[in-house]
Each structure stands twice: as structure tokens, then as C-alpha cells.
Design a protein around this ligand. Structure first.
Ligand SMILES: N[C@@H](CCC(=O)N[C@@H](CS)C(=O)NCC(=O)O)C(=O)O
Length: 313
């Protein structure tokens, strides 16, 4: 089986979600450190435009968005499972709430002045300004507005108390004694706050929550081995994308396999990826493109939060 290659950077919460998932499954993986801000030429060589973090590469297949990345890892490495048919809707609904709303709240809360000072301690003024400008540009054209501090604070206060109450019966994880995908999605925004110095005091009233944060952190990251981004591109170039069933939902999407399409996130980081539709089902779409450096690659996206439209030939 080809290596799992994760393109990420240490401070990324969504990357932490996937690093911990790799750890939970005790996997060995290749770790490519990517820039925190644009330009990211080696990421874009693989994705064709998608710039968010993380991205999972397996040979010449490139998976965007942690909702899809988590599903791919679960399919390839089912044990120990983080999804169950018996609680799928509850797990996925909570994961989705956390990835969207808890994450937005955590960013707003962690980036208040005291948090920013702790997170960017030692960084130059230029670096801070470049980061702020990059994130502002990333929101252009997207549907997601930045959450205000007051809204973020009340969302956190309300939800943290409930998470603490849910863990009070001594269960190890949110849904019982096994970690589910929602554990990883609830954890990563709170991990981000934990790294923001004094603002992490928001967790103090919640002992059960703090215990769970510790158990999640103890999962670790599995066995990463560093890889250079040029080597990752060479891996893609040397590989052929995986075979796909070649299905599509033309009556729903208005486009079918073989059509030229563009796919873009709708919330933020909406840079489109253009290629030929290789497969589309209810959960994901796959676009084939040829890159001057990476060769023929297939870029995969989840359905939710992404828009696919016909692209000019
Ligand atoms: N829905 C996406 C969100 C990913 C996301 O927002 N990642 C942040 C980092 S934690 C990001 O891309 N920031 C801008 C960047 O890294 O360029 C996912 O689940 O992967």
C-alpha cells in the first residue's frame, strides 16, 4: 500500500485532528511541512488550487478537507474504528458542528489580544501582518464571516459546560469508551485555545473536560517520518491515480464523468480546482488534472461545503 503523506504545519488545528487520528490507528505516515500562508507552490502543484491545511496524498491521489481525509483513513485502516453505523448520524452531526462552529469560535477566542501575544511570541511585526493579510484574503468570496469575540465566548461557555457534563459519568470519550470521529473534531478547536496562553483558563471550571483533553493528547501522532515537498511531488509523478468506478449524478449535478468542471469550497479558501470529472457520488467528487510537475493526479473533495460547476473548455 502507498504511503500516507500528510501535508500540514504544526500549528494547524485541522491538521492536529488528522495527526491524532493517525495516532489513534497507530499508523506510520510521511510528514510534509507546508507554509502557513500563501504562496504554497508545492501544495498547489498537487491540488491545482486548493490551499487549505491539511491535504492527504496517497500516490497520485490528493484528498482535500479533513471530513474526507478522515473517511479515507477509516476505509483504509478500519481498526480501531472511529465511526459506527449505530451512532453515525450523532457522531457526524457533532463532528460537523465542531469543525464549523466550535472551530470558528475557538479561532475568535484564541485570537483575542492575550491569546495572539502568546501564540505569536517572538514573531516579527511583518510576520504578524503577513498572516493577518493572508487570512483576510482567504475569506474573500466565501460565505463564512469571522465570528465576534462575544459570540465566540458565549458559544464556548455553553458548549464546554455540556461537554463536561456529558463526560461526568467517567466515560473515556464523548460517546462512550471508544473514540469516535466527533472526539477528534471537538478536540482540535480546543487544542488551539490551549495553545493560546492565558485564554486557556476558560477550561478551568471543567475537570471532566480537562481529563478528556489529556486523554486525547495522549493518543499522540503515530509514527511520522519527514518528507520533502519536492519528494512528495516526485511520488505523485511516479504513481498512477487509483481506479475509480467512474460514476456520476448528472441529473443532480448537471455535469458527468468526462466533463470539464471546477470545484471550490464555499465557506473560505474558495480557490477553484479545474479538471475533468472522474467520479462523483453522494459523498465526494474526484477531479483529474495534469500538472507540469506532479503529472496526472486525481484531486478528491467531500460534497458538503464544496460547489461543483461546469468549467469552460
Ligand atoms: N473544512 C476544512 C478546513 C481546513 C482549515 O480551515 N484549515 C486551516 C488551518 S487549521 C487553513 O487552511 N488555514 C489556511 C492555510 O493553512 O492556508 C477541513 O476540514 O480540512
Amino acid at each position: 500500500m502507498s504511503d500516507l503523506i500528510l501535508h500540514h504545519y504544526p500549528a494547524s488545528p485541522f491538521a492536529e485532528k488528522i495527526r491524532l487520528l493517525l495516532g489513534y490507528k497507530q499508523l506510520a505516515w510521511r510528514s510534509v511541512t507546508i507554509p502557513m500562508i500563501m504562496p504554497k507552490p508545492d501544495v498547489v502543484a498537487l491540488t491545482g488550487g486548493y490551499r487549505r491545511t491539511p491535504v492527504l496524498q496517497i500516490g497520485a491521489d490528493v484528498y482535500c478537507d479533513t471530513a474526507l481525509i478522515a473517511r479515507v483513513i477509516e476505509r483504509l485502516h478500519p481498526a480501531p474504528a472511529v465511526t459506527s453505523d449505530l451512532s453515525a448520524i450523532a457522531d457526524l452531526a457533532l463532528a460537523h458542528f465542531a469543525d464549523q462552529h466550535l472551530f470558528s469560535a475557538a479561532v475568535a477566542y484564541a485570537m483575542q489580544p492575550a491569546g495572539l501575544a502568546a501564540m505569536f511570541e517572538g514573531a516579527s511585526r511583518d510576520a504578524l501582518e503577513a498572516f493577518a493579510a493572508d487570512r483576510k484574503a482567504m475569506r474573500q468570496g466565501g460565505s463564512a464571516a469571522r465570528m465576534g469575540l462575544a459570540e465566540a465566548t458565549v458559544l464556548l461557555m455553553g458548549k464546554l459546560a455540556r461537554v463536561d457534563a456529558q463526560l461526568a459519568d467517567k466515560r473515556r470519550f464523548l460517546m462512550g469508551d471508544h473514540a469516535r470521529i466527533c472526539d477528534f473534531s471537538v478536540y482540535h478547536p480546543l487544542w488551539f485555545i490551549q495553545r493560546a496562553g492565558p485564554v486557556a483558563s476558560i477550561f478551568e471550571p471543567y475537570p471532566h473536560l480537562r481529563g478528556w483533553l489529556g486523554r486525547m493528547a495522549a493518543i499522540g501522532h503515530g509514527t511520522p517520518t519527514p518528507m520533502d515537498s519536492a519528494e512528495a511531488i516526485a511520488v505523485a509523478r511516479a504513481a498512477a491515480p487509483a481506479m475509480l468506478p467512474g460514476r456520476s449524478l448528472r441529473d443532480v449535478d448537471g455535469v458527468g464523468v468526462g466533463d470539464r468542471v471546477q470545484v471550490a469550497a464555499t465557506d473560505y479558501g474558495v480557490d477553484p480546482v479545474v479538471g475533468v470529472l472522474a467520479n462523483a457520488d453522494a459523498d465526494s467528487v474526484a477531479v483529474r488534472r495534469t500538472d507540469p510537475r506532479a503529472g496526472e493526479v486525481v484531486v478528491h473533495f467531500p460534497r458538503f461545503g464544496y460547489r461543483m460547476t461546469a468549467a469552460a473548455a
